[in-house]
Write a protein that binds this ligand. Structure first.
Ligand SMILES: C[C@@]1(CC(=O)O)c2cc3[nH]c(cc4nc(cc5[nH]c(cc(n2)[C@H]1CCC(=O)O)[C@@](C)(CC(=O)O)[C@@H]5CCC(=O)O)C(CC(=O)O)=C4CCC(=O)O)c(CCC(=O)O)c3CC(=O)O
Ligand SMILES: NC(=O)C1=CN([C@@H]2O[C@H](COP(=O)(O)OP(=O)(O)OC[C@H]3O[C@@H](n4cnc5c(N)ncnc54)[C@H](O)[C@@H]3O)[C@@H](O)[C@H]2O)C=CC1
Length: 216
């Protein structure tokens, strides 16, 4: 059985190449648009959505078939044409250049696979079936989407703000980790769900930290 190593890759300001401009390429691009990647599509044809994204300058378009050498400077590559030979050539060029590559037609040829993703602001939950059932991955995503609602976006923004605040205070590591753990033990999610959440002021954050430090 194939086992994969799940990682979250930072593609900010990195050049990501998608070879092919069809339905599957469009799905890969939609995922990439959630990041700060610089996206280039190489394909003689584009779907109407990709065409629109190109017109809005959100993606670059090289309007021709893939050529050996196109991968120069790329950080990550998706081979998403409908021609297995072309995808294979893309994979070969990527491997020669030690670039991570996804072949949409074959998980076996790929150095990474594209998971199904639930996004709620800073929270992302990635699901993979190691290629066994992409439609099952999408079904599991839909289930998780029901379980993890929009309240998680606010919740994680709050945790992030508190984490930055706690880390900036130069507290001893044990105090810091206790405070960070206590944060997740509070019922913040419920207050967001019931519409009672209010962002904490500098003063309230300061008071909460001092009070909790005293209780340790
Ligand atoms: C290996 C992988 C390679 C990769 O792309 O990385 C791959 C490969 C293949 N997919 C195929 C088919 C379909 N894929 C989807 C949908 C998705 N496919 C995605 C990922 C992956 N697909 C990777 C494994 C992920 C994992 O580990 O589970 C998702 C999760 C993410 C994304 O693509 O962005 C996205 C759902 C996003 C969402 O909704 O959340 C649908 C449903 C639909 O189209 O609505 C169908 C039709 C139904 C069916 O066939 O099951 C075929 C057969 C093609 C043929 O026979 O012609 C192959 C080739 C093969 O199996 O060899
Ligand atoms: N990984 C996944 O999630 C899935 C993968 N697939 C596989 O992906 C393949 C592509 O599917 P679709 O996007 O629906 O096909 P499609 O026919 O909509 O798109 C193919 C695209 O590849 C481009 N293309 C063809 N030759 C090219 C070349 N030499 N250089 C650059 N671009 C080239 C075409 O212009 C077109 O834009 C399918 O044949 C299937 O095997 C299918 C469903 C899901």
């Amino acid at each position: 059985m194939e086992h994969y190593t799940p990682i979250y890759v930072n593609t900010s300001d990195k050049s990501v190449l998608v070879i092919g401009g069809g339905r599957v390429a469009e799905r890969k691009v939609r995922g990439l648009l959630q990041t700060e990647a610089r996206i280039t599509v190489v394909s003689p044809l584009l779907t109407p959505t990709l065409e629109q994204l190109h017109q809005e300058s959100r993606i670059e378009w090289i309007a021709r078939s893939y050529r050996n050498g196109d991968l120069r400077g790329a950080f990550l590559v998706y081979a998403a044409t409908d021609d297995p030979n072309v995808n294979h050539s893309v994979v070969q060029e990527a491997e020669a250049g030690a670039i991570l590559v996804n072949d949409a037609m074959s998980s076996g040829n790929s150095s990474f696979i594209t998971p199904s993703v639930v996004r709620r602001g800073r929270l992302s939950i990635a699901i993979s079936t190691a290629g066994a059932g992409p439609a099952a991955a999408a079904e599991i995503r839909a289930l998780l989407e029901q379980q993890f609602g929009d309240e998680y976006e606010t919740y994680l923004d709050f945790l992030h703000q508190m984490r930055m605040e706690i880390k900036s205070r130069g507290l001893p590591p044990t105090v810091r980790s206790t405070l960070l753990r206590r944060l997740t033990e509070m019922d913040i999610l419920d207050t967001i769900r019931t519409g009672q959440f209010e962002w904490w002021s500098e003063e309230k954050i300061g008071n909460w930290i001092s009070r909790n430090q005293e209780e340790m």
